[in-house]
Design a protein around this ligand. Structure first.
Ligand code: MF3
Ligand code: CO
Ligand code: CO
Length: 264
């Protein structure tokens, strides 16, 4: 493993291991997403994901991380990030960000998506679709020769043009044998041409959070759950990506049979 500043550059073998872990996390995420129907509790979703991960011979990355108690982060409606699965019963029209991490053979997978429950308002389906597009736009900037600031300013401009704000305090990160490692990956308030350089072997997450109102957040008394300051809705998508000489390589695709139907 080569180092550049504090960034651990990964070789092909390490990238392939990250991709295997990413596949397990992506599959588990979709097992939970498919079960996210009216009447299901958040704890049920968490169990489904944990069982899948353990059957795959992996372990949940988040459980025990800084004392976090669960396999998934389930952030419903105005929850921004780190919603702890509890006995909340999903209701018609809810949107839920499902974030999942799995460690396989020493490497972490980490990926997130947001789904609607039952009949979802059109403005919320637009928030969800825009957040996913912002994430993929960010991924497309993970190209040799560009810098973090190029990626972040493109993501922010895209989100704001569509009327959304980008959360500042919660960021992407390097990923490898540590769930979170350098560099920190910001998705807003960066100047183009600044920040770390995208170069072959950099493995990071792109995980923008878009809000319908203010970008500002507040922390709940449980010490984990973050909500929007104004109570408006929030969505998030996350992929892991390796910068390679052939362009961005997404490391958190599911197996085809786990793929969700369109619009989910
Ligand atoms: N949301 C974080 C990420 O995607 C991971 C949460 S770790 C936890 O990187 F312990 F807070 F769950
Ligand atoms: Co995550
Ligand atoms: Co992450």
């Amino acid at each position: 493993m080569a180092f550049r500043e504090n960034i651990r550059l990964k070789n092909r073998k390490e990238i392939d291991k990250l991709k295997e872990a990413g596949r397990v996390a992506a599959n588990a995420l979709r097992v939970a997403a498919r079960a996210a129907k009216v009447g299901t509790t958040l704890i049920e979703l968490d169990k489904l994901a944990e069982n899948y991960i353990r059957k795959a011979g992996a372990i949940p990355s988040y459980k025990g991380y800084r004392g976090y108690p669960a396999t998934l982060c389930l952030s419903v409606n105005d929850r921004v990030v780190h919603g702890i699965p509890n006995n909340y019963v999903l209701a018609d029209g809810d949107i839920v960000a499902i974030d999942c991490g799995a460690k396989l053979d020493g490497f972490h997978g980490d990926t997130c998506l947001t789904v609607g429950v039952g009949h979802v308002r059109e403005d919320l389906t637009d928030l969800i679709a825009s957040t996913q597009l912002a994430m993929f736009l960010g991924v497309s900037y993970c190209k040799v020769g560009l810098r973090m600031g190029d990626m972040a300013s493109a993501v922010q401009k895209f989100a704001e043009e569509r009327g959304y704000s980008v959360v500042r305090e919660w960021t992407g990160h390097g990923i490898g044998s540590n769930l979170h490692e350098d560099p920190q990956v910001l998705h807003a308030e960066q100047k183009a041409g600044t920040g770390f350089r995208m170069e072959p072997g950099v493995t990071i997450t792109i995980e923008p959070i878009l809000n319908m109102g203010t970008h500002k957040c507040k922390l709940e008394s449980d010490g984990w759950t973050v909500r929007t300051e104004d109570g408006k809705m929030s969505a998030q998508f996350e992929h892991m990506v390796a910068v390679t000489k052939n362009g961005p390589e997404i490391l958190s695709y599911p197996d085809p049979e786990f793929e969700l139907e369109a619009g989910k």
